[in-house]
Design a protein around this ligand. Structure first.
Ligand SMILES: Cc1cc2nc3c(=O)[nH]c(=O)nc-3n(C[C@H](O)[C@H](O)[C@H](O)COP(=O)(O)OP(=O)(O)OC[C@H]3O[C@@H](n4cnc5c(N)ncnc54)[C@H](O)[C@@H]3O)c2cc1C
Length: 426
């Protein structure tokens, strides 16, 4: 577990502040990152969350992995910006000694048949064409030369060494601590502070003349001209408080935590079976093991997401079609000798095109930062910078058409055409 020598403390209050320059609703990783960027931009920020601690809903369930291996240049740029921040987080966040547990051990996508290999060739060619030139296309023998645990049945792999993992809860807390600016935090000139109000559910959004003026909770209201909704799987519900219809489909995703398995190479990359979507990465003394299926039915947003024992059997029993043993046979040994695990479930919040919603709404002053599906950890740094730049009129990176009818196709705005049927389910 990453540690930090300085006992940083989050500035939280039980008393609802009367006013703020900006209110963030939601203290998952996306809300914390938004607060960090907002406070750095000089906005007096209040973060309100229904739960008693930050980063305890979807963020806690995540695998903590990041990759640039996307199928489009915009998401590559967004995540690249975040990874640059995470790589130098203690300095850039002003938290000397703070460790976000960055482990750039790579992402290895494995194909087990010729069709899969052809798809890999086509995608890597496209990635190279839009500038992601450090993705390597490997034949099966080269995959096994570099990663000897990989099965003979793997015929091709695509690999990027700079992808990897991070402690996502530590990162979320890092954003929150840096934003709240308590003792020991180094704040640049002009930065403001963020105050956290925890255990308070936002139950209303007050709108006057088409403009947001306050958020309401059971205990009262906070007046603010700018409100950002970062409520993860609850985004459609909270945006509904303003009469907005936001297309979010919360979809259960589970993580099998095998805390102790010496067979797992601790320096392995995230290893993905592209035929099934089964994947694992080293974690703790073993691995996190997951399956991301396009066919999982959507559900309602949930405060507590139930797990299902069958899910672990599908992944760990070598007889199952989805077993991780098909790509990494040592998992059959783990199964054979007997192993214990626990399950943790959360929800992806899919948009119809599986891209995030970062931008304005038809209500003046009300902004969204959500719909991150499986990418909210890796996208938090870049997406929040983009949003706060758009709010303040600053410009510290590409704006992707967020501020108008730019040439970029506005890939993250709520009012973009959202094409159904993209296949990047991970
Ligand atoms: C199994 C799994 C694995 C994943 N793996 C990865 C990965 O490897 N890499 C990656 O980048 N992403 C991954 N993700 C996705 C990632 O976890 C999410 O995109 C990210 O955590 C979303 O963060 P968030 O802050 O938007 O949402 P959340 O963490 O869910 O936070 C939302 C917050 O809003 C609060 N809230 C909701 N409604 C209200 C209200 N009315 N009033 C006040 N507060 C409210 C909630 O209490 C909560 O704290 C994974 C997700 C799952 C489920």
């Amino acid at each position: 577990m990453p540690s930090h020598p300085v006992p940083y403390r989050l500035r939280a209050t039980d008393r609802l502040p009367e006013t703020a320059d900006l209110v963030v609703v939601g203290a998952g990783i996306v809300g914390c990152a938004t607060a960090f960027r907002a406070a750095r931009a000089g906005l007096r920020t209040v973060v309100v969350d229904a739960r008693p601690r930050p980063a305890t809903l979807t963020t806690a369930a995540a695998t903590g992995a990041f990759r640039l291996q996307f199928d489009n240049a915009e998401e590559v740029a967004l995540v690249r910006e975040g990874v640059e921040l995470y790589s130098d987080f203690a300095v850039r966040a002003g938290l000397p000694g703070y460790d976000v547990g960055l482990r750039p051990q790579g992402y290895l996508f494995c194909a087990r048949d010729d069709d899969g290999a052809a798809r890999q060739r086509e995608l890597v060619a496209r990635q190279h064409a839009f500038g992601l030139t450090d993705v390597e296309l490997l034949d099966g023998d080269e995959v096994r030369r570099r990663f000897p645990y990989v099965a003979d049945s793997v015929v091709s792999g695509r690999f990027r060494a700079g992808d990897g993992f991070i402690d996502q809860v530590g990162l979320a807390w890092g954003y929150a601590l840096a934003a709240s600016g308590g003792p020991g935090v180094e704040r640049p000139p002009g930065a403001a502070e963020a105050t956290f109000v925890l255990g308070q559910r936002v139950s209303g959004l007050r709108i006057v003349g088409g403009r947001i003026v306050a958020v309401e909770t059971h205990d009262g209201a906070i007046a603010a001209p700018i409100v950002v909704l970062a409520t993860g799987p609850f985004l459609a519900r909270t945006a509904g408080l303003a009469g907005l219809d936001v297309p979010i489909a919360p979809t259960r995703r589970q993580k099998v935590i095998v805390a102790d398995a010496a067979e797992v190479p601790h320096d392995a990359p995230m290893t993905i079976d592209e035929a099934t979507g089964a994947h694992w990465r080293p974690a703790l003394g073993g691995a996190y093991v997951l399956l991301t299926e396009a066919s999982t039915a959507r559900s309602d947003a949930a405060w507590s997401v139930p797990t299902s024992a069958d899910y672990a059997f599908r992944l760990l029993d070598p007889a199952s079609a989805d077993a991780v043993a098909h790509v990494a046979p040592f998992w059959a040994d783990v199964w054979e000798r007997g192993v214990s695990w626990v399950l943790h479930a959360g929800q992806y919040e899919y948009t119809p095109d599986h891209r995030p919603i970062v931008g304005p709404t038809p209500v003046d002053g009300l902004w969204l930062n959500g719909g991150w599906s499986g990418h909210g950890v890796m996208g938090s740094g870049g997406g929040s910078r983009l949003l706060i730049d758009a709010i303040t009129g600053g410009f510290s990176g590409p704006d992707w058409g967020l501020r108008g009818d730019g040439p970029d196709g506005q890939p993250f705005r709520l009012d973009r055409p959202m094409n159904v049927g993209r296949h990047d389910v991970l």
